[in-house]
Design a protein around this ligand. Sequence first.
Ligand code: ATR
Length: 491
Amino acid sequence: MIAAVITERDEKDALNAIKKIKDADLIELRLDYIKNLDDKKLKNLIKNCRKPVIATCRKKSEGGFFSGSENERINILKNAVKLGADYVDIEYSSDKNVIKDIIKNKTKAIVSCHDFKQTPSNLGDIYNNIKKLNPDLIKIVTYANSVTDNFKIFDLIKTANEENKKIIAFCMGSYGQFSRILSAILGSQITYSSIEEGKESADCQLTMNEMVNYYRIKKLNKNTKVVGLIGNPVEHSWSHIIHNSAFDKLNINAVYLKFQVDKLKKFIEYMKPLNLIGFSVTIPHKVEIMMYIDGLDKQAKGIGAVNTLVVKNGKLIGYNTDCPGAIRALKQKTELKNKNAVVLGAGGAARAMVYGLIENKSNVTILNRTVEKAKLLADYFKCDYGSLDDLKDIDYDILINTTSVGMYPKANELPIGKNSIKNNKIVFDMVFNPFKTKLLVEAEKRNCTIINGFEMLIYGALLQFKLWTGKDAPEQLMRQKVMEFLKNASH
Ligand code: ATR
């Protein structure tokens, strides 16, 4: 079930917010947020919810705003019971006799424990202590300081499932954000969302729109297969939007999540036995991941980097779709055979690009700020190299930027002097944020044919989707979803 959390400070705003809620199964009234709450306001709020209500009044030590006495706080919860709240959330740290009284009522009791700093090692004890009180629901929410903290919570959910106990458990924070969805698949009973951005009641809470429209939370169940992006950070990625919309269109019971991963080896070990399809892999894990997988596709091996993992017969196989994605984007606009291509940069992205260009028989020159790195890569691929300054003296057909120069927020920068951009060439920038980089703007002024990084990402994503599902991805829909997202995004 998905609960919309009302965090408005006054009654009128709260009532307005409640009116707008469509997709939630439950409404959590955060009564500690409401200024000058009295019985009349409480009654009015509960009455107007039109959906089952969770009454919650958090004290400060559990992340709340309530500043009155403990007696006053408990009285608010007791009144909420009398006034017909369907659930009452009471902290395990409250007086045990009070908790027992609340549990006795017809109203369902959620006995909760929150840790806003960490995921403590004594989670099992916390769970057992709450269990002894026999509430309708046990709620344990902690802060993830590492991706591995989530696994402690998932193990707790597993225990509760085995013991037929109803549990709500997930992690807060950016390392824990995916648990707000994966926990629900694994058997956590309620997931919480804000009604809109800026109205969150906890760190990295997702909005109702993200939960319902981006992650399709209402369509997920214990059979849902899991796939997602492994990276650090992953916040700005829009992969989840395109893949989840494709799953929806093709009626595939799968979800694409975003995993902020610090401890890669442990993450892979823990995730592998789950109901997995595979992963996308991004910075900084594209090389290290090769140590923890069971097999490698020939192209990924040649490039020396993996950006896609596919589960095949329980084994994790590594692929690289950056390279074919970039090549397809280029081939929409130009032949590659016998063309002179200049690649700016000598990092991982350059490796994938150079590999693909040589496979397609282009003549490649690698130019880099640090010339030694360009030389190393050029020696490996047996091509030419030089410094970024050398561009003005090279007669090229295709110019490709694989450096991060020009990427938001430094969107005003160019990897090369603008006078070295020649007229009527093909210019491809792997930077995809902003959509049209300064390099592409300058190239367009010189009548060049431009290709933006978005094209490579889309083609790479189509390939990934096919690898994971065996089905052709709905390209137009995926393009449209990204466009909508970019239009609404602030940059
Ligand atoms: P990726 O895997 O995305 O390619 P990377 O391996 O860190 O990332 O490579 C980044 C590339 O961008 C490198 O070629 C880097 O040049 P150096 O080898 O000299 O570091 C290039 N790069 C990053 N910032 C740059 C800048 N301000 N000017 C020029 N090149 C830059």
